[in-house]
Design a protein around this ligand. Sequence first.
Ligand SMILES: Nc1ncnc2c1ncn2[C@@H]1O[C@H](COP(=O)(O)OP(=O)(O)O)[C@@H](O)[C@H]1O
Ligand SMILES: [Mg+2]
Length: 275
Amino acid sequence: MRAAAPAPFPLDDAPLLDARGLSFAYGPQPVFAGVDLTIGRREIVCLIGASGCGKSTLLRLLAGLAEPGAGEVRLHSEATGNSSGKARAAAASVVFQSPALLPWLTVAGNVAFGLDFACRAKESRTVQAARVNKALAQVGLAGHAAKRPQALSGGMAQRVALARALARDPEIVYLDEPFSALDAVTREAMQDLLVELAHRRQAAALLVTHDIDEALRIGDRVLLLAGHPARIVGEWRPDGRAPRLHRSAALNALREEILDTLAAPAAPRPCIHST
Ligand SMILES: Nc1ncnc2c1ncn2[C@@H]1O[C@H](COP(=O)(O)OP(=O)(O)O)[C@@H](O)[C@H]1O
Ligand SMILES: [Mg+2]
């Protein structure tokens, strides 16, 4: 009997996303340097840090929206088995703080936007419509497909943005403070939705947030970016299944530890603390 051909990557062992030695500068001053970061399959990683420390810039590099000055990002895509820029773009979706919906398109049209991009395999209109309907149903907006963005509340608009990301069936979703403009109740509902979708659809997520409580509520792992230039200075794995509805004493202690590290980041010393 002939042995099966080896897979291009050890898919079960390799992280989905593997970034090594990333550095970036907008001018002479580096924003961050020597950042290493991995994201596992089906993992929600929360990236926290003070305003201006480089979270959004790092997300853009990981998502392939900008090129690092040094280092490399590899996405071990199941769909393509390689990590070229095109494969990374095809396997990922990005959600920003503003839903950025196009006002002249319906809700369904906004969700479909991007399905025709060149990085994606060609699909029939019927297949695309099915994707849109499924994504709208998953975010609880099945009855709103024909509405215009102007007729939506802030929470509904952000759910449309999430549906647009999901319709692409990404292996990884990058979210940059997507819930920070929402009221507390809607924000928690959206966090729960993200956890459910990540676990049900088995997609990984990188959630950039400045909200430690949000990170501790839904993150499988929490990374802290800090310093000048910034690095990952701490890494924590909160116990228990997300979404964590009740704040345990252990979670409170973890929160204090993260706040202490944020206030006085020591020399870069990535470490894992579990509650
Ligand atoms: N397009 C840009 N040109 C020049 N500097 C920028 C640009 N975008 C961000 N910066 C600077 O880079 C640093 C990191 O920004 P950013 O990644 O947006 O941080 P964060 O998302 O953590 O708030 C900040 O000092 C910011 O002022
Ligand atoms: Mg930002």
